[in-house]
Write a protein that binds this ligand. Structure first.
Ligand code: SAH
Length: 367
């Protein structure tokens, strides 16, 4: 018996779908028609796609699927943030967060099940890594959130921005992330402009350079330290891609225009938050078109770090600001439902065994 694997149409961007229809001996424009149903109307049953012929609808039912994850949990924070725990067919679970603000609604999307990078202050890192998400699993997060938000009474809660800042390192899942961002931007997809999509990376330099060619969305870089010695400790990837080279790639990314790179800087008490660190950071960013995002550290179980005091964050902010560095302090959102930056954990089998190694280390310290 031959088991035919159906194509999940969420894995295909407009071009991919055109090819899919051409391969079936059909017309390329079916791609736009089907995308309008899926992303514009939220329709995932081929039978309901009424501008397609009956035979095409039947043919799609036989050869294709629109595979969505199961919503395992849907939590609402006191501040209006909302977090979904989504389970894919293989049992892996990831998290997606919606953050409403007065002027916009931002969806924070995951790119991997876990993360390989092992940044010392991040909860996802402690969970280890399982696998990359497919294009379909990435875009499905936007679909599920849009669908859930759309069914709420207050219709102003729409997704106006997407940040690739959930679980995982998006540039280590390059092809699937780029394809998903193309669907986000497509007029027949979610119609988001390039600048309303932000990709956050710990700094995979060759991929930053490639991204500029393929899909130059807004770029955020997790800097967190103004010198290599400290950054090596906080973001181990720095040993491979050190700060000077990273900043050069960032400069090239934005080019001569008016765009800026956002530099994320998590405020860790007594680690990277002194006046000297601020001055060093100012020098570091001297000739980079930069915006700095100070993020108060969000604690999680078994972490050795503490959040900087608000007065320290304010002082750090002032030093940067007075030196002319555009700086904002990110408001902590959704921490009552563990949805804040760095708190996303999901549920999955850790292939790297990092989680159990950490537990052993932790127990070792206690005994
Ligand atoms: N791997 C990518 C995408 C993750 S984005 C990256 O490193 O940019 C998640 C953002 O939250 C990053 O800036 C990350 O450094 C930050 N972050 C991680 N753990 C955090 C924590 N415990 N508190 C506050 N911010 C954290």
């Amino acid at each position: 018996m031959s088991v035919e694997i159906k194509a999940n149409l969420l894995n295909l961007d407009r071009e991919g779908l055109e090819q899919f229809f051409l391969n079936r001996g059909d017309k390329a424009f079916r791609s736009a028609q089907v995308m309008k149903w899926i992303y514009g109307q939220g329709v995932i049953d081929f039978a309901d796609m009424t501008n397609l012929s009956k035979s095409l609808r039947a043919g799609l039912q036989d050869s294709a699927t629109i595979g969505l994850p199961e919503v395992v949990a849907d939590q609402l924070s006191d501040d209006g943030s909302r977090k979904w725990l989504l389970r894919f067919d293989d049992g892996n679970c990831i998290e997606t967060v919606f953050i409403p603000e007065a002027e916009r609604g931002t969806l924070c999307v995951s790119s991997q099940v876990g993360c390989m990078l092992n940044c010392s202050f991040c909860s996802t890192a402690q969970q280890g890594f399982n696998r990359n998400l497919t294009t379909g699993e990435i875009i499905a997060q936007v679909w599920v959130a849009a669908h859930a938000l759309g069914s709420r009474a207050d219709s102003n809660r729409v997704i106006s921005n997407v940040v690739m800042m959930g679980m995982g390192e998006p540039l280590l899942n390059y092809d699937n992330v780029v394809r998903a961002m193309r669907i986000m931007q497509d007029d027949y997809g979610f119609g988001l402009s390039r600048r309303r999509i932000t990709l956050s990376t710990a700094g995979i330099i060759p991929a930053i350079r490639q991204l500029r060619e393929d899909c130059d969305v807004s770029l955020a870089v997790s800097l967190h330290a103004p010198n290599d010695a400290l950054r090596d400790e906080l973001v181990p990837l720095n040993r491979k891609y050190p700060i000077a080279e990273l900043l050069a790639a960032c400069k090239d990314y934005v080019g001569e225009g008016r765009r800026r790179v956002t530099f994320e800087y998590v405020m860790l008490a007594g680690v990277n938050d002194s006046d000297d660190h601020a001055r060093e950071l100012i020098r570091c960013l001297e000739d980079v078109p930069a915006k700095v995002n100070l993020i108060p550290f969000n604690p999680f179980p078994n972490t050795c770090y503490k959040r900087s005091l608000p007065s320290r964050v304010d002082r750090f902010f002032d030093l940067l600001n007075r030196a002319g560095v555009v700086t904002i302090t990110r408001k902590t959102r959704g921490d009552d439902i563990d949805a804040a930056c760095g708190q996303l954990a999901g549920r999955f089998h850790d292939r790297t065994r990092r989680r159990s190694r950490r537990m052993e280390e932790h127990q070792g310290i206690q005994t």
